[in-house]
Write a protein that binds this ligand. Structure first.
Ligand code: PMP
Length: 364
């Protein structure tokens, strides 16, 4: 059996997939993954350590994550039976596509957007269709509505705000999409804490609307906790495929304590928003750099090579120069919609200053 070709055993749709790209380069300043740059405040850390010491890790976790869900329910006003906890929101995307996607079904989203919508759909043998965004990163509404009519997607994904462009699409356009869609519309509010814009009030009106959020961007990326809010009928169906212990007891405990003490984290969120706006303004001042307006905790920027005095060749070159200076950002060079674009996560004031110094050095 030593001649067995494992690749040939893998289903075709997976064989053709490109995996989600995570850089393995080690850098002193990590600005590539939209993490909160601040450590947990000490007073909160003490409460977390106490909480963790009480967790019985010899026992299975609470399969319904009831304490965590109650806290989310109290903070959002959404009832318990309309909330599901995921092992990160990635897992929720997978669950949604698992229960709604049947052979031949189509999944629709704009491009560029969060790459996991495409990767997970394809891994489940679903066909995907991407509608290119306008140059100002807005949804081309007529084209999008036309695609809904043409391909009748079972699931539509809208990242609100959109990763990696950073903007929230026009609310009225999204409402028109909700009115037109006959399938499920997922509004991914992963960056809600930084945009403060939500479609939550529309959950009652649109039974096919699912909203997903994550705790990853506000300081808990390592816990892997995402949550979903939708009509209870949708949640009932999703719970049939959710693995019973998908969220572990340590993560449930820590997330509950942090959300109960939200005020501590809220101060960090406010600081990140202020720092994002400063970073954007400073980038605007650098000749040859075009930052895009962001309502998230990252800023996408484009290198306008003709304006630069040719010290930097292209986006990849800038990425490597930053990495050589110990700063890791995300390079989108290989994405056709994002030529010479890089995405920088908002860091601490000091980290961002170092990043700006390096960029400045190469652009003047
Ligand atoms: N949705 C969007 C739009 C994202 O940018 C991300 C993270 N990059 C996720 C979902 C996944 O977040 P997590 O799995 O950490 O909850």
């Amino acid at each position: 059996m030593s001649f067995l070709n494992i690749t040939n055993l893998v289903k075709k749709d997976v064989r053709e997939l490109k995996p989600y790209q995570v850089e393995s380069i080690q850098c002193r300043i990590k600005l590539d993954a939209m993490e909160n740059p601040y450590p947990m405040p000490e007073s909160l850390m003490r409460k977390v350590m106490e909480g963790v010491s009480r967790v019985e890790i010899n026992r299975y976790p609470d399969p319904s994550a009831s304490r965590l869900k109650s806290i989310i329910s109290a903070q959002t006003g959404i009832s318990l039976d309309s909330i599901i906890i995921g092992n990160g929101s990635d897992e929720l995307i997978q669950m949604i596509l698992t229960i709604f996607g049947e052979e031949g079904d189509k999944v629709l989203f704009p491009a560029p957007t969060f790459s996991m919508y495409d990767i997970i759909s394809k891994s489940l043998s679903l066909e995907t269709e991407a509608v290119p965004l306008r140059e100002d990163w807005e949804l081309p509404l007529d084209k999008f509505l036309h695609e809904i009519e043409r391909i009748k997607p079972k699931v539509i994904f809208i990242s609100y705000p959109n990763n990696p462009t950073g903007n929230c699409f026009d609310r009225e356009s999204i409402l028109k999409i909700l009115q037109k869609a006959k399938g499920i519309v997922v509004i991914d509010e992963a960056y809600y804490d930084f945009s403060r814009k939500t479609f939550l009030p529309y959950l009652k009106e649109f039974k096919n609307l699912i909203i997903i959020r994550t705790l990853s961007k506000i300081g808990m990326a390592g816990l892997r906790i995402g949550y979903l809010m939708a009509d209870k009928e949708i949640c009932r169906e999703l719970n049939k495929v959710r693995l019973p212990y998908n969220s572990n007891s340590v993560s449930q405990e820590i997330a509950s304590i942090i959300l109960e003490n939200r005020i501590e984290i809220q101060k960090q969120i406010e600081a990140i928003i202020l720092e994002r706006d400063r970073l954007t303004e400073r980038l605007k001042e650098i000749k040859g750099i075009k930052p895009f307006f962001s309502e998230t905790n990252f800023v996408l920027f484009k290198l306008v090579v003709s304006e630069a005095n040719l010290k930097v060749r292209d986006g990849k070159d800038m990425f490597l120069r930053l990495a050589n200076s110990g700063i890791l950002v995300r390079n989108f060079g290989s994405d056709s919609y994002l030529k010479d674009c890089l995405r920088v996560t908002v860091g601490t004031h000091e980290e961002d200053n170092k990043f700006l110094d390096v960029i400045q050095k190469f652009m003047v």
